[in-house]
Design a protein around this ligand. Structure first.
Ligand SMILES: [Fe+2]
Length: 152
């Protein structure tokens, strides 16, 4: 599967998870946000560690407009949201700000980096990177499941 299709799908799933959190009760929020934070961390790890790392040696892609600062701001905001009391009156505006930042960051990534990669990287290479992305995602998801549930 094409690496860009996988990452775009991941972005849609993250947006869907945020919609689920937006409709949750204050009692469900803590668990949902904690899981969402892990989902975002795994997404970032495969995106940076596999996808962008694949182009590290390619000088023709050295100018990819990767917004690392934007990603760090989103991660920090999510970390703060995970600690914010779920019954606080400002929880929802706080959540909405984080959601908007995340959506803006993903839109920007799709319209700049992904667009440039689609234009300059061949389909066979994107399929090969896609396989590596999926392998790493399965490995990290399995590890997260074991950590969360204690399953062996
Ligand atoms: Fe992303």
């Amino acid at each position: 599967m094409d690496a860009l299709a996988i990452l775009n799908l991941e972005h849609r799933l993250l947006i869907g998870s945020m919609a689920v959190i937006a409709r949750s009760t204050q009692y469900e929020r803590r668990e949902l946000i904690t899981r969402f934070k892990r989902q975002v961390e795994i997404h970032n790890r495969i995106e940076i560690g596999v996808f962008y790392a694949s182009f590290g040696a390619d000088e023709s892609l050295a100018d990819l407009p990767v917004n690392r600062a934007g990603r760090q701001i989103v991660e920090k905001s999510l970390k703060m949201l995970a600690c914010h009391p779920t019954d606080a009156p400002d929880w929802f505006p706080y959540f909405n700000t984080t959601r908007e930042m995340l959506i803006r960051h993903m839109d920007e990534e799709e319209q700049t980096c992904f667009f440039a990669v689609r234009d300059r990287v061949s389909r066979p290479i994107l399929s090969e990177i896609g396989r590596s992305l999926l392998n790493e995602k399965v490995r990290l998801d399995a590890r997260e499941l074991v950590e969360r549930t204690g399953a062996r």
